[in-house]
Write a protein that binds this ligand. Structure first.
Ligand code: ZN
Length: 312
């Protein structure tokens, strides 16, 4: 019997606390507000209308403008404080960071009986519990709103561009020019200055008509012509994924067609001087991620690989 009485008392107290913390609307009951004696004796019991003390503020509405903001921007709380006496009320906002310190923010006196937007200070990224307190004339008149949950999102870090891993360098292969050659002077190197661009390959100087062969097995992609540049040229894709360019071939010397499979050592064309060329040479390029397939693809210096194929 006693036990039952006790538990129902606890339940009533819990109910009281729930309604106190919610502060849902103007009809909310403040637990610390004394009931008028008449009401208590009248047997109306819990929930009966209570006398509102003049001037006691009520937090009739409170919400965050947005429950999520990006770091660097300010969250705001929209408040409406109703008060029958006076035109303002003192407000304090506690901003508690999860597993962190609580920031006490005092926006000062807020006009009552109309909605007000209060901008919160800039906050570091994290999760926060925002609680608004409104002060009346005495401690008994202080009201506190329910917890508003705020998330401050960190700056979105730009995702690093996915870089296509370059295919591994081949462990075998043959030198693309059959016959005597030289790598020329500094102007023949990869990266050497050219008008409006840099040299994207390595020049291999040799006699006109020397066979130019596929250094690796693969497939011919293009056999084409560029009058003011590469002249007659062949592009092939090796089985390791590399694209290779062979430029300035002699006219009518192409020994392959686009789409044709080639083995290492198969002849592609003959060394020449077609296009923008000042003398017989092979202009050779390596593009590990495709020859001009997308703006991101770039050629590499082919000289180290050429030296390997040359056996030194
Ligand atoms: Zn060149």
């Amino acid at each position: 019997m006693n036990r039952l009485l006790l538990s129902s008392t606890v339940a009533a107290a819990a109910l009281l606390l729930t309604s106190a913390s919610a502060f849902a609307g103007t009809g909310g009951v403040d637990p610390d507000q004394p009931a008028a004696p008449g009401e208590q004796s009248g047997g109306a019991g819990y929930g009966a209308p209570l006398v509102t003390l003049p001037g006691k503020p009520r937090l009739s509405a409170q919400k965050l403008s947005s429950s999520t903001v990006n770091v660097g921007s300010q969250a705001s709380v929209v408040l409406r404080i109703n008060r029958s006496k006076g035109t303002s009320a003192q407000v304090r906002i506690a901003i508690a960071r999860n597993r962190g310190k609580t920031i006490k923010y005092s926006p000062g006196r807020i006009s009552t009986n109309r909605s007000q937007v209060i901008r919160l200070p800039k906050l570091a990224a994290g999760s926060y519990r925002v609680t608004v307190s409104v002060f009346g004339a005495s401690a008994q008149e202080t009201v506190r709103g329910g917890v508003l949950k705020l998330t401050v999102k960190p700056k979105s870090v730009a995702k690093p561009k996915p870089t296509t891993p370059s295919p591994p360098a081949p462990t075998s292969g043959v030198f693309p020019v059959r016959g005597a050659y030289s790598f020329g002077s500094s102007g023949a190197r990869f990266g050497a200055g050219r008008t409006g661009h840099t040299h994207e390959g390595q020049d291999i100087i040799g006699n006109s008509g020397l066979p130019i062969v596929a250094p690796l097995a693969g497939e011919v992609r293009y056999v084409s012509y560029q009058a003011d540049g590469a002249g007659r040229y062949v592009i092939m894709r090796a089985n390791n994924g590399w694209d290779m360019m062979f430029a300035h071939c002699q006219y009518s010397s192409a020994a392959v067609k686009a789409g044709e499979r080639v083995s290492a050592g198969d002849q592609l064309c003959l060394l020449g001087s077609t296009g923008a060329s000042s003398g017989p040479h092979l202009h050779f390029e390596i593009w590990p991620n495709g020859w001009r397939d997308s703006p991101g693809t770039k050629p590499i210096d082919p000289l180290p690989q050429l030296k390997k194929w040359a056996g030194n």
